[in-house]
Design a protein around this ligand. Sequence first.
Ligand code: ATP
Length: 226
Amino acid sequence: MQIIFDGATVRHDAREAIHPLTLSLDDHRIGVIGLNGSGKTTFARLIAGLTVPSDGKVMIDGLDSVADANTLRGRIGFIFQTPGNQIILPIVEDDIALGLKPLKLGKAEIAARVEAALSRLGIAHLAKRRPHELSGGELQLAALAAVLVTAPSLVIFDEPTNQLDLKNRAVVEQAIAALDESAIVISHDLDLVATFPRVLVFDQGRIAFDGPAQQAIARYREIALR
Ligand SMILES: Nc1ncnc2c1ncn2[C@@H]1O[C@H](COP(=O)(O)OP(=O)(O)OP(=O)(O)O)[C@@H](O)[C@H]1O
C-alpha cells in the first residue's frame, strides 16, 4: 500500500497538531514514536481517513483519504488505544463476525472465517467469552482478530502494548511480527519497534527523524531530554 502525504495539515483552533507534511510510505513495517501530544495518533487517523486534513491531502494507493473514504473502508484496519471499546457485541465470536456483515456471506462461511481469524492469533478458545472476561492482552488480540477478519491491507496499531505486562507484550509483539499485512505501529514501548527498518519520530507535529529504529530511538531520547 502506498501512502502519500501531500502537504497534509491538521489544525485544532488555529493550533497545528500536524504541520504541513509531505511524505511517502510503502514499507511493510513502520514505527511511530514521540512524546505525548506530538501528533502520532493524529497522523494515524489521517491515514485511516478518520481525521480530515485542514489543508493538503492524503492519498492511499491513488485514492483520496476523504473523497474516496467509502472505497478505502475495509482496506485499512485500526486498533485503537483502548481495544475494549472496540468490541461491542457481548460474545467475542459475534463481534468478530460483525465485520463480515457487509459481505452477506452464508452462516458456514462466516463461522469458518471467524474461526480462522481467532486461530491465527491462538485465541480460538476465547470465541464464546465475553469481552469483560478477557485479560488486557487477550482483548488486544480479540480486537486484532476483529480487524483481520475483514482482510485489510494495512493495520494501524495505536499503542498496542499500553498497560500490558511483559508476557502479554510478547504475545502482541509476536502477533504483529507474524502479520502478512503491512503494519504501522505507534508505541511508547520502544522494544516493539526496535527492529523496524523505518521509524518516524514525531516532535510537536513534525517529523524530526525518519529512518532505522536504533537511530530513531536515539533521536527520540534527545528530544525527551531536551
Ligand atoms: N480533537 C481535538 N481537538 C483539539 N486538539 C486536539 C484534538 N485531537 C488532538 N488534539 C491535540 O493535537 C495534539 C496531537 O495529539 P495526538 O493525539 O495526535 O498526540 P499523540 O502523539 O498521539 O499523543 P499520545 O502519545 O499522548 O497519545 C495534542 O496537542 C492534542 O491535544
